[in-house]
Ligand binder design. Sequence first.
Ligand SMILES: NC(=O)c1ccc[n+]([C@@H]2O[C@H](COP(=O)([O-])OP(=O)(O)OC[C@H]3O[C@@H](n4cnc5c(N)ncnc54)[C@H](OP(=O)(O)O)[C@@H]3O)[C@@H](O)[C@H]2O)c1
Length: 240
Amino acid sequence: MTSKTVLITGANKSIGYETARQLGSQGYRVWLGSRDETRGRGAVERLVAEGHDVRLLVIDVTSDQSVQAAAARVREENESLDVLINNAGIAGGRDAPSLQSVEEIKTVYETNVFSPIRVTQAFLPLLKAAGQASIVMVSSGLGSLGWLSDPANPFYPVNILGYNSSKTALNGVTVSFAKELASEGIKVNAADPGYTATDFNGHSGYRTVEQAAAGIVWLATQGADGPTGGFFFEQTQVPW
Ligand SMILES: NC(=O)c1ccc[n+]([C@@H]2O[C@H](COP(=O)([O-])OP(=O)(O)OC[C@H]3O[C@@H](n4cnc5c(N)ncnc54)[C@H](OP(=O)(O)O)[C@@H]3O)[C@@H](O)[C@H]2O)c1
């Protein structure tokens, strides 16, 4: 058991919620991020009823004001943050690349790329204060150019311009932060949860949220000698 703290964005349901449950089981104090107070409160109540130390953190990752207010709220109760999991993400539409509107792609990038940057920057003082912290960007195998350009890979035919390239960009963001923050003892990695049955895909995924969260939790809880600047699926490195 640990006395560490973690913030998970978009944790009111699905992969983020299960990640909160698994880290709660390890003794983490969980700040459960939810953009909607009512949905977040329900999720917190369920996890507290299971015996976990979970607090609600209202945070819309696309809003500077909301993210700053959330960081101030955590600072009221904690002097540091050990783990940040940038999990909140959206899919956008599945129009062919030649048809997907730039407006829609911008919306996807706002949540999947700019928001993890915004949240990471806002929580960096708390993460630095932990001495040894860990940041996990919840990416996707659909962000792997290695996989997407390999005709033998199952993801090869899934050609969603906005979503896929947003996760490729997020992988780039991961490498940038990892390099800068290594000297601060902060590890920054990307996790592919795999194709998982959630609202995100109308529950068409073949993996469970328990399986998806396990890989994220493994990455988030690596010690001082753990990896940084990598991309992992089920504890195995994924090609960029
Ligand atoms: N499911 C998969 O097969 C799969 C595969 C690879 C990667 N991923 C990635 O895994 C992550 C979680 O996916 P999921 O399947 O759990 O998706 P999900 O069921 O759609 O849940 C997404 C979560 O993100 C939250 N969210 C969305 N926009 C937000 C915002 N602006 N501010 C704060 N929270 C926001 C949602 O909140 P609301 O409830 O308020 O909408 C929800 O809690 C995403 O980054 C996704 O890209 C998923």
